[in-house]
Design a protein around this ligand. Structure first.
Ligand SMILES: [Zn+2]
Length: 183
């Protein structure tokens, strides 16, 4: 449960609004302010010697209509799902693209106490080819993402943390040269 939970997930009883942690629900269970983890993935794309990052136009709020990075909440029913595994699954669900979590590199982390969320960003270690890898209409499997776009440089995305992760990717490319490893 996070800071904004109103009811205990063990017994369903109300959690008092005031008080310090650990609070006790009305059923007597200790309540801790644990933020919700979110996994996000930067997928490099290449075309004609240019490199960019894959974004999807969000199909629902928050950020509806704006480009965002693929990602989302972790799924406890996906047995043994890791942070990187969640990033891979969200990419598949939102775009139809399949990548291996062994090819993910830790990129950036961001805590959002207002929403009680912690975001972990990965980047794929090699670029996909825009002409080859996108030939089979991604985005058809989900309404989470209504269209794919490539950000060819830093730009504003649906969330501030996504914008910063994108900026860092392009900054790192300039600072350290190509970020890619052999797939
Ligand atoms: Zn309880």
């Amino acid at each position: 449960m996070n800071r904004h939970s109103k009811f205990c997930d063990q017994c369903g009883n109300r959690i008092p609004v005031d008080g310090s942690y650990p609070k006790l629900c009305e059923g007597g269970h200790p309540i801790y302010p644990n933020p919700t983890p979110i996994a996000v993935l930067l997928v490099p794309v290449q075309s004609d010697g240019k490199f960019g990052i894959l974004t999807g136009i969000r199909g629902h709020e928050p950020g509806k209509g704006l480009p965002g990075l693929p990602g989302g909440f972790m799924d406890d029913t996906a047995e043994g799902e890791t942070f990187a595994g969640a990033a891979v699954r969200e990419l598949r669900e939102e775009t139809g693209l399949i990548v291996n979590e062994e090819n993910l590199i830790h990129h950036y982390e961001f805590a959002n106490p207002v929403r009680s969320q912690v975001l972990i960003f990965y980047r794929l270690s090699y670029p996909l080819d825009l002409d080859v890898d996108f030939s089979v209409g991604p985005c058809e499997v989900s309404d989470e993402c209504t269209a794919l776009e490539v950000a060819w440089g830093p730009q504003q995305l649906s969330f501030g943390s996504h914008t910063e992760a994108l900026r860092l990717w392009f900054q790192d490319r300039r600072t350290y040269g190509p970020l890619f490893q052999a797939p």
